[in-house]
Write a protein that binds this ligand. Sequence first.
Ligand SMILES: [Zn+2]
Length: 318
Amino acid sequence: MSATVYYRLSADASLGYRRNGRSQSSPPAFSSNEIPFPISAGCYSAKLNLDAIALRDVTFDYNSPLNPARLNAHYLHDGAGGHTMTTTPQQLYQLQELDHRIDGIDAERNRVEKRLAAGVNRPDLTSEAEHHSARAVAVNANANSRREEGERIRERLIGLESRLYSGNTSRRDLSAIQREVDSSKYQLEQLDELLLELEEEQRTHEAASVAARDQMESAAVEWQSIIETLSGRLTELESDREAATCQRQDMAVTLPQADLQRYDRLRRNKAGSAVALVDNGRVCLACRMTLTSNVLRQLRDRSKQVPCSTCGRILLQQ
Ligand SMILES: [Zn+2]
């Protein structure tokens, strides 16, 4: 007779094994092509097809050349869910905690991925920066031509003043030259004031252009750091999920198929929770309804799966 049995293995297993304490050269009804372990690194559940004789006495030798440690495979149940272990509410609750952890990881991963995909509204201040740059250049050109104008006036002023003090200019001419000198000096003062204003205006535009570019630059740097943080979080979540999935797989393989199916069905239909805790010894914490005395009586057997009389979830007495 052959049966599918489930073992929980505490390390990677090789094909060597013992039965009733004696080494066996080759496993009699052992179909090695149906040994799917190791399922993944750190995940040691396996499903083996074995001769049904003396299943509980089978131990495995761990023959890895790297780590020749003895492996114990704990017999859990057969695939038919027949004569062996029953699933306790406590076990299902542990499974549910793992499932909730995986759900939580998936939800967070979703949020992080959405955030990354959405990006940020970074301000595009390129045209503003260019506008201020162009204005600064134009104002500077204007200021330069005013400076040249000032130079010309200064040169003329030197000529006028040398005539004024040459001593051989007529009195009438002197007063005309004096007026011209006064007017040139006035012009120069006006020009100097204008130049100060133009220089100020140029500086303002240059600063505004730099500020616009800085603002874009720092927004880009900030977004880059957000991307790095979010990507790092995604990597963490990925490895958390792998660990939790492994644990889940490890645990699920120990439970009879029928119990697992029932659990999965309940979880689908009951907003993700198949197992509900019982509070104060008489209230289902999922639906908040008081349990009937019949249910409470049944709950005294902690290995039994008792459904809530209102919501149908499997109850776990804390
Ligand atoms: Zn309930």
